[in-house]
Design a protein around this ligand. Structure first.
Ligand SMILES: Cc1ncc(COP(=O)(O)O)c(C=O)c1O
Length: 364
């Protein structure tokens, strides 16, 4: 199979570990192991973690973790319908490469997190792009029009990277019903679901045929655990699990144990992360008032903002120029659109403030 480079990741490999102010990340600030263990405030925890066997685990994920993940949904989920993966990125990859065939059409939002469109395109499928607009967001009428082209699959991302757009419960239900009536596979990447003001709706709660994809990376600040998951119909889970036997076999045992701990203490983690998000959004609001040449819309959830600038220079060049000044942003072209960049605001507030000052100065 052809593999087109993941442009954002290639750019990050050259920039993100040698920059002073990283304002391009898409996750809330990562926890240190020490902070994380002290938050759990459980004297037996260290002891039980030390007892973790560093071997393979059940390929579908350790049973306690699958059970805990199933509790994140409001409809009852059989833990056997949960597949634990190496981050959401593996879940997306397994699903797209299993369910799409060459010649198929699939709907995907744009701007996009490249994986969501690229895997299907590289397989020989055609992407039907559902465009974001600043006034309407992702308009359902446009979605309905795309359905006329008879897609085999819809790849949704809500809350959306990079715009922070969130579908309402009514829109989710409507999309779910339309796909169900037509027998279209419906995948929903929901890695920011826990990073709104409340826990946001999941597609799995609107359709027993939909697949919801989640992760410990973005909303929890635990990307280093490399734990994600998919929740969906048993036949899809089984097909993806069979494919995974050829790639990673299972997620790391220690990552799964820590993910289990995090989910058991999830409300404390969400509180810390939501507070940081709100504090940083206030900084952004102040900054954008000082930078009238930049356009943004306050993201409804998640920790990324899609920022428009007057496109005098290509966004990749902008990314490199800002990098030389010590600030990293993610060029819009890597999400399929020029004249924009993605700003990640989930990090340390003091660093964000300092990085934003350089950014504002650049656009003066
Ligand atoms: C929308 C989306 N899905 C999936 C991923 C992959 O995340 P994970 O660390 O869970 O593999 C990312 C990472 O940026 C993302 O933005």
């Amino acid at each position: 199979m052809k593999v087109t480079p993941f442009t954002l990741e290639r750019f990050f490999s050259q920039t993100e570990f040698n920059v002073r102010y990283h304002l391009a990340a898409s996750a809330i600030q990562a926890w240190s192991l020490r902070e994380f263990l002290s938050l759990a405030n459980d004297p037996d925890l260290q002891f039980s973690l030390f007892a973790t066997r560093l071997g393979y685990t059940e390929p579908e994920g350790i049973p306690e973790l699958r059970r805990e993940i199933s509790r994140l949904y409001s409809t009852p989920i059989d833990p056997n319908h949960v597949l634990v993966t190496i981050g959401a990125i593996e879940a997306n990859y397994l699903l797209l490469s299993t369910l799409l065939e060459p010649g198929d059409r699939f709907i995907v939002q744009t701007p996009y997190y490249q994986q969501l469109s690229q895997v299907g395109i590289d397989l020989g499928a055609t992407a039907l792009l559902w465009h974001y607009s600043e006034d309407k967001g992702f308009d359902i009428q446009e979605f309905e029009a795309l359905l006329k082209q008879k897609p085999a699959l819809v790849m949704l991302n809500t809350p959306h990277n990079p715009t922070g757009f969130v579908f309402s419960p009514n829109e989710m239900r409507h999309i779910a019903d339309l796909c169900l009536e037509r027998g279209i596979f419906l995948l929903s990447d929901e890695v920011y679901r826990e990073l709104g003001e409340t826990l946001l709706p999941a597609m799995r709660d609107y359709s027993s045929q939909a697949v919801s994809i989640g992760s410990m990376s973005k909303s929890y600040g635990l990307a280093g655990l490399r734990v994600g998951w998919m929740v969906g119909p048993p036949e899809i889970i089984a097909r993806c699990a069979a494919k995974r036997d050829y790639t990673s076999l299972c997620s790391p045992s220690i990552g799964q144990q820590l993910a289990l701990t995090a989910l058991r203490h999830r409300t404390k983690i969400w509180d810390r992360n939501r507070q940081l998000r709100l504090r940083n959004i206030t900084l952004l609001e102040k900054t954008f008032k000082e930078a009238p040449t930049l356009r943004w819309q306050k993201p409804e959830a998640g920790v990324v903002a899609w920022v428009g600038y007057s496109p005098k220079i290509p966004s990749e060049q902008l990314g490199w120029e800002l990098h030389r000044r010590g600030v990293l942003v993610a060029p819009g072209i890597f999400f399929g659109e020029e004249g924009h960049f993605r700003l990640g605001f989930g990090g340390n507030s003091c660093e964000l403030e300092a990085g934003l000052a350089i950014l504002v100065d650049y656009f003066k």
